[in-house]
Design a protein around this ligand. Structure first.
Ligand code: CTP
Length: 401
């Protein structure tokens, strides 16, 4: 289950060399279980064939207002009316001008006129065309009409000129679509999320760490951002890319994480501690690399500060504090014990003995415990789990629990 599952997404492809990139967008949306309907302008067909979009979306591609497919002379109304979102990618200067003027001369312009769904416009063209005052004016008109216009990227263009006008990469575009589809129930909220492992240095080459990949924390940060929150992500070392629109603070050790968290915590409405903080660190961290010759090494370990416990002690009125617990047995008891001891509002308990949940994998199955009771979440993607945890947090913020 993802934010795209079952959503009706109309993708309008217009005449730009970037049209081939939209094929990747359509392919991924279909994999995420969206119902994708592609409309192509006449010019778009010069760059890529309807067959490609048909195969990737699994649906008939619409090219003509009067093609009469399945005796449907109302395609221009139906497509717009049924859409959850309309995406124009790439949006050529010509289509942008027509939309700004309210034209209804092809299936794309009529669909946009007929829809009440959010319309996302991704301009892609030569940078001189993009900078032209007529295009600049038309884009301003579109914004004034309530369209969301996403700035194109910069770099080398197909015409071998450097400049702004490139269709954004899919990972960025995907976040724009996801945010347009998501409920904005965290708008105006400031949320601090911690993610990943910490590393406790033994010497300049070695450290003590753990198996956390950071995926759950990053999913929470990404989904909270999609739902309108301002998100600060304090992250231990991970191989994950920064979620778009999220402020990331990189840390290594538990003590660095504690410093960053306490610095930002005061201003936050919600703090979610998904990080797997090392409970212990070596008493001594050697400044030079330890040589093995002739010595057996015994590491003395001392406890790290418990960041969540400290946050629980100084929690402000109305602030929501969320912890995670990684457990291999007695999930319910351990979760309840940590909820009470650390003065939390919610705890997500992971069963780390299960292969499909917990460390490193893309799915998770957690037990949520809060002051009003508990809820066993189903096995689902980490994004799906993140959204269900955020639903619970929204209920707590709104005083429903
Ligand atoms: N946590 C923390 N600082 C620590 C250790 C843990 O902030 N030094 C937070 C984690 O981010 C998590 C929660 O506390 O949200 C629970 O972590 P967990 O390791 O499951 O529990 P511990 O309190 O460390 O207890 P134990 O390891 O004994 O089960």
């Amino acid at each position: 289950m993802t934010v795209f599952s079952g959503k009706n997404i109309v993708v309008c492809v217009t005449g730009s060399i970037a049209a081939f990139k939209t094929a990747i967008w359509v392919s991924d949306l279909a994999k995420e279980e969206a119902l994708v309907h592609v409309i192509m302008s006449r010019s778009a067909e010069k760059f890529i064939t309807p067959l490609t979009f048909g195969a990737l979306s699994g649906n008939l591609v619409h090219t003509d207002m009067f093609m009469g497919e399945a005796n449907n002379s109302m395609a221009h109304i139906d497509l717009g009316r049924d859409a959850d979102i309309v995406v124009i990618a790439p949006a050529s200067a010509n289509t942008i001008a027509k939309l700004a003027a309210g034209f209804a001369d092809n299936l794309i312009t009529t669909t946009v006129l007929a829809t009440r769904a959010p319309v996302l416009v991704f301009p892609a063209m030569n940078s001189r065309m993009y900078d032209n005052p007529a295009t600049v004016r038309n884009i301003e008109i579109l914004k004034g009409l309530g369209f969301t216009v996403i700035n194109p990227g910069s770099g080398m263009m197909a015409c071998k000129e450097e400049g702004q006008g490139r269709l954004p990469d899919w990972d960025l575009a995907k976040e724009c679509l996801a945010a347009a589809l998501a409920k904005q129930d965290l708008a105006g909220r400031r949320i601090l999320v911690t993610a990943g492992p910490t590393r406790e240095a033994i010497d300049p080459a070695r450290f003590l760490g753990n198996r956390s990949s950071g995926k759950m924390g990053y999913a929470l940060a990404r989904c909270a951002k999609r739902r309108g929150a301002q998100v600060i992500l304090v992250s231990g070392p991970t191989a994950l890319s920064q979620p778009h629109g999220v402020e990331r603070v990189d840390v290594k050790s538990a003590r660095e994480m504690a410093k960053a968290v306490h610095f930002h915590a005061e201003d936050c409405d919600v703090i979610i501690k998904a990080a797997a903080v090392a409970d212990y660190r070596p008493e001594t961290s050697f400044t030079e690399k330890v040589k093995k010759e002739g010595i057996d090494l015994n590491l003395a370990l001392i406890q790290n500060p418990d960041i969540l416990f400290e946050l629980g002690k100084k929690k402000k009125q109305g602030q929501v504090l969320v912890g995670f617990a990684a457990e291999s047995e007695n999930l319910r008891q351990e979760g309840q014990r940590k909820l009470d001891r650390k003065n939390l509002d919610l705890i997500a308990v992971n069963d780390i003995s299960a292969t499909s949940s917990g460390f490193e994998v893309d799915t998770n199955k957690v037990l949520l415990i809060d002051r009003s009771g508990e809820q066993q979440l189903p096995l689902t993607t980490k994004d799906g789990t993140a959204d269900l945890i955020l639903d619970r947090i929204v209920s707590i913020l709104e005083g429903k629990l």
